[in-house]
Design a protein around this ligand. Structure first.
Ligand code: 6GU
Length: 259
């Protein structure tokens, strides 16, 4: 899987992908990540990537020309310049397993299900880092397959979101994690939060590790973990808990306790 990140701050990405799972996946040749300076695709003397908004208002808007040139160069596909903006371009991208993601607060919120879709369907993900002030809308209309936000809060730009997106996708690439099953056990892959974890010592400052985890009864441990995950999800994320598929017995067991 290949990531091409288009940004006005390429230095931001200099070392951020050199750690942990992402570093290992790159070293193993499972993924490639490159950051590209949007300015490289400007043609004017001042290398302008943004301009004032039509209609007035604060802030600058990323211009379409360098973004179109960048995406065309990185995908090897030519975007349409006709009225059916982006239709045949997006079809050709789909046929060649490429996605063009625009990171912006106006996007669809990134969830594990979207990460799974992108990781399983895309061989190349071109990531456009938007600026908070805005990106010319013709980019979203004609160039982008997925407009994505990482949550309902404001970032100054898409760069931190690009790091989040790459990390979330890389760990879903087969072989990127130590054990093949780890990603399936991830928090959210079942729509629930993870269960609590403990390590040595069994007692620390008067706080004891739950007794069941110290014994070797694997069925009992699995049951405890399931219940603990459900209780934690109910308390921290009632929205997820409401969508969880529980049978009546399990629901009773969790909800009869008032914590
Ligand atoms: Cl992708 N970009 C910006 N600028 N702000 C955000 C975001 C993205 N996701 C959440 N907030």
């Amino acid at each position: 899987m290949r990531f091409d990140i288009i940004t006005i701050f390429p230095d931001f990405f200099q070392t951020v992908f050199d750690f942990g799972i992402v570093r290992r996946a790159r070293a193993a040749g499972l993924v490639e990540v490159a950051a590209h300076d949007l300015r490289a695709w400007t043609t004017d003397k001042h290398r302008m990537v943004d301009d004032r908004p039509f209609g007035g208002g604060d802030g600058m808007v990323l211009k379409p020309e360098p973004l179109f040139a960048a995406v065309e160069a990185l995908t090897g596909e030519v975007a349409t310049d006709d009225a059916v903006a982006g239709e045949s371009f997006r079809r050709r991208l789909s046929e060649t397993r490429k996605r063009v993601v625009l990171l912006s607060p106006q996007g669809r919120v990134l969830e594990q299900s979207l990460a799974q879709e992108l990781a399983s369907e895309a061989e190349q993900v071109v990531v456009i880092c938007g600026r908070y002030e805005g990106v010319d809308e013709r980019v979203a209309e004609a160039l982008v397959t997925d407009e994505v936000s990482i949550g309902d809060y404001v970032l100054s730009g898409g760069e931190p979101a690009a790091v989040v997106l790459v990390d979330a996708l890389v760990r879903l690439v087969p072989g990127a994690l130590g054990s093949e099953t780890s990603a399936q056990n991830d928090s959210f892959s079942e729509g629930l939060l993870d269960w609590p974890h403990y390590t040595r010592p069994p007692e620390f400052r008067g706080m004891r590790v739950p007794e069941v985890l110290l014994g070797g009864n694997h069925a009992e441990i699995a049951g405890w973990r399931r219940r603990a995950a459900l209780r934690k999800t109910r308390r921290q994320r009632p929205d997820l808990y409401a969508r969880a598929e529980l049978d009546a017995r399990e629901r009773n067991e969790i909800e009869e306790r008032e914590d």
